[in-house]
Write a protein that binds this ligand. Structure first.
Ligand code: FES
Length: 146
């Protein structure tokens, strides 16, 4: 079984994302929203759990990202839904359970003027289709694992 490694891939120039800004990027077929809150960067699954709309353009405030469509809110660091999950009891609103799933989070960093998101890829090994891990997990439609 091939080993996995965390690879950081450039997804945007750092100056594209002002404080409070969000941007939807794609790594392969994976949508990821990156957000800046002050000096901190965050990366989460890019589609809202409510109706699957993109989270780009959402408000970044008080440690959360608010979906621009119907105002669901997610903790930027953990991806946990904080609204409506913390407001409406799920026992009384069972249809909400699926809609308030947490968003997956990703490692993200700023290097050399670019924002990079970490994804797991197949480690570079000889004889594995002769490709490097960057080729498999890169922005060119590779095969990130997670
Ligand atoms: S699609 Fe995000 S709150 Fe409805």
């Amino acid at each position: 079984m091939p080993e996995e490694e965390l690879s950081f891939l450039r997804v945007a120039r750092a100056d594209e994302l002002a404080d409070g800004g969000t941007k939807l990027v794609w790594i392969g077929r994976r949508p990821i929203v990156i957000a800046r809150a002050g000096r901190d960067l965050y990366a989460l699954h890019g589609l809202c759990s409510h109706q699957g709309n993109p989270l780009e353009g959402g408000a970044v405030w008080k440690g959360t990202l608010e979906c621009p469509w119907h105002h669901f809110q997610y903790n930027l660091a953990t991806g946990e839904n904080v609204y409506p999950k913390r407001v409406y009891p799920l026992d009384a609103q069972p249809h909400l359970r699926r809609q308030v799933r947490s968003l997956r989070t990703y490692s993200v960093r700023e290097r050399d003027g670019y924002i990079e998101v970490g994804v797991r890829t197949v480690a570079r090994t000889r004889g594995h289709r002769g490709q490097s891990s960057r080729e498999e997990g890169g922005q060119g439609g590779g095969r990130p694992l997670t």
